[in-house]
Design a protein. Sequence first.
Length: 125
Amino acid sequence: MVFVFYYASLIITLREILRPGVLWFMRNFTDPEFNPVFEMIRLPILSHIRRFLLSGTVFGTTCMLALFFPVMTIKSLAPKFLPYQISLVTDAPVSELSMELLLLQVRHSRIYNSLLFVYFIRFPV
């Protein structure tokens, strides 16, 4: 779920940097004229299916290119380099990996919030 949030942040940043029309297949959720309920009613179902498949393909390809392939390459070249050795078979209801990832997310959100606070103190709106 965290990756989805970061991916949405990346898309918003790309929309600010790239020229209009490059990300034509992804809706701009920051557009004040965007009304998803009206669009769902107005457009045909084939258009929604096509857009869903295209967005899923782009999202899945991004996941594969940004996460899966680099991790598998590093794992094959240097097996002990990555900090997490994941075992999918365990008797414990809560694994050590899930606790570490939870702590990492809490720490990251606190750092991010403190950086936002410092930014808005320095550059008020």
